[in-house]
Design a protein around this ligand. Structure first.
Ligand SMILES: Cc1cc2nc3c(=O)[nH]c(=O)nc-3n(C[C@H](O)[C@H](O)[C@H](O)COP(=O)(O)OP(=O)(O)OC[C@H]3O[C@@H](n4cnc5c(N)ncnc54)[C@H](O)[C@@H]3O)c2cc1C
Length: 504
């Protein structure tokens, strides 16, 4: 147990935390600490090891712009390759030197007298820092439904993000609960091995064909040897993805047309017309995340794969009973039920100016931020991939890169002005939220006829950035000083770095 003083604390070592750390490194700073509760870099790509796990945005786009990898093996790389990429990037930028693994942040308190954050961890260590950057990830706390009777179940249970590789599924009768992005990837992989697989579907997802392919050797050579070739390819992918935002934001006719094509694809892929009908969503495509797979629908032609849409009434010692009274004997239950998203901050105790509790504030008033990054009353606290900066149509790494540049600019602004802290003005935050919610009101997430994890308990979309990502990039290119109140201690503010020396 100890107290460590540093300039910047960055929480999390996924794309976001690593991107922030590298941005600081590139700015010539070493006065930062990365706190990571797990024991390696990689975030999402360290935790999700289920069979078939892969990205669903093209790898050449779903990677850092400043660390492009010419030799991605597939258009959509599998999880081990993405995880290795992140570990390689971490090694190249020597991030381990600044990282404390096994350090779970349990709370942070802003001290208005000192203008410092006191960040506490589960080990009892406290980090005293001027700037606090939260790259906690929106999809990392598994959401597990409360099934009646689950405590009686004598078989195996696990969540897709905590895959138990020691448990051999061969010949087992398996219930899969949920039909989100992960289930769509692992169901086709485990179906050939298990004796029986019953998929419990509450809502059908729209699943489009996946334009996946091996990256040919010539293209890998081209990207490695011809300057600018990979960058040009990345630009192409970026703009192709960006076009999808048009449909999602107010032009639902395009999505309705795409839904018809997708429904025809389901009918073509699934032999049994009743089953095909059950697998066809009744809402407009894009309302929930659009998934991609070439083997999801054909999996339902297997005699050992069953779809249950009645809902789960209860779990017994060796079975799952549907609302329709059918009892399915199972050895294992796998939760493909996603993550806590809009309530993911509830488990952290963050207190800002005047002792205001962030989770409580957001519970009572809704989640509000400026640009998804700063929150009024919480000086020098920055979120990465925070509220309303998630995407359904392009790579979030693009958003993360915009944000880390913005945060670095904010730190520079504070130092240039000789201020201890920056607190975003409530007026700027309110204006941003009003604008985002006005735009979302027209979007497919609101009007598409579904509920989704994008929405909070009040049905308000706190997750998605509405519109083009280049607009977000423009908005975050530099910090507008007028948006912030500058705070200084009564004694003269420190000039220059003004930061307490870094640890070790
Ligand atoms: C299976 C899967 C596939 C995905 N595919 C795509 C895709 O193709 N394209 C796309 O754009 N997005 C995709 N996503 C979304 C994905 O989460 C983001 O793209 C991205 O990885 C998020 O990076 P992050 O750093 O913000 O969060 P994460 O990768 O979740 O990293 C957060 C890190 O913070 C750590 N942490 C959290 N809380 C604490 C704490 N209190 N103390 C210390 N450490 C903490 C976690 O252990 C983790 O290492 C996918 C998500 C999943 C789950």
């Amino acid at each position: 147990m100890g107290i460590v003083h540093t300039g910047v604390v960055v929480v999390g070592t996924g794309f976001a935390g690593m991107g922030m750390a590298i941005q600081l490194r590139r700015a010539g700073r070493d006065d930062f600490v990365l706190l990571e509760k797990a024991d390696d870099f990689g975030g999402t790509w360290r935790d999700n090891t289920y069979p078939g796990c892969a990205c669903d945005i093209q790898s050449h786009m779903y990677s850092f712009s400043f660390e492009q990898k010419p030799d991605w093996t597939r258009a959509y790389a599998p999880q081990p390759e993405i995880w290795q990429y992140l570990r390689d990037v971490a090694a190249k930028w020597d991030l381990a030197r600044n990282t404390r693994f096994g350090a779970e942040v349990i709370g942070a308190r802003w001290d208005s007298a000192e203008n410092r954050w006191y960040v506490s961890t589960n080990s009892g260590d406290t980090y005293v820092t001027r700037f606090l950057v939260a790259g906690l990830g929106a999809l990392h706390i598994p959401s597990i439904p409360e099934l009646p009777g689950i405590e009686r179940f004598a078989g195996k249970t696990f969540h897709s993000a905590r895959w138990d590789h020691d448990y051999d599924l061969t010949g087992k009768r398996v219930a899969v609960i949920g039909t989100g992005a992960s289930a769509v990837q692992f169901v086709p992989r485990i179906a050939p091995d298990v004796a029986e697989l019953t998929l419990f579907q509450r809502t059908a997802p729209w699943v489009m064909p996946k334009p996946d392919h091996v990256m040919p050797e010539w293209s890998q050579n081209l990207f490695a040897k011809v300057p600018g070739a990979q960058r040009a390819y990345r630009h192409l992918l970026y703009w192709v993805n960006e076009v999808r935002a048009v449909g999602f934001n107010g032009h639902q006719r395009i999505l309705k047309y795409a839904s018809k094509l997708a429904a025809a694809n389901i009918r073509r892929s699934v032999k049994d017309p009743d089953l095909a009908a059950k697998l066809t969503p009744d809402y407009v495509m894009g309302c929930k995340r659009v998934l991609i797979s070439n083997d999801y629908y054909p999996t339902f032609n297997r005699p050992n794969v069953h779809l249950d849409t009645a809902g789960i009434a209860e779990v017994r010692e060796h079975s799952v009973v549907g609302e329709d009274g059918r009892e399915h004997q199972v050895d294992a239950i796998i939760y493909g039920t996603g993550f806590h998203v809009t309530d993911s901050y509830d488990y952290l105790k963050i207190t800002g100016r005047d002792g205001v509790d962030l989770a409580g504030l957001w519970r009572d008033n809704g989640i509000n931020t400026h640009l998804g990054i700063t929150v009024s009353g919480f000086p020098n606290l920055f979120f990465l991939l925070g509220p309303n900066t998630g995407l359904g149509h392009n790579s979030v790494v693009f958003m993360i890169e915009s944000q880390v540049r913005y945060v670095a600019d904010a730190i520079r602004l504070a130092e240039r002005e000789g201020a201890d802290a920056l607190d975003v003005r409530r007026s700027a935050q309110d204006a941003f939220n009003a604008e985002v919610q006005r735009k979302l009101a027209d979007g497919v997430w609101t009007k598409g006829g579904c509920t989704s994890w994008y929405l909070d308990s009040q049905g308000v979309n706190r997750t998605i950035w509405p519109g083009f990502t280049w607009r977000y990039w423009m908005r975050t290119r530099s910090v507008d000083p007028a948006d912030f109140e500058l705070i200084s201690r009564t004694r003269p503010a420190e000039k220059g770095s003004g930061l307490v020396p870094a640890i070790g």
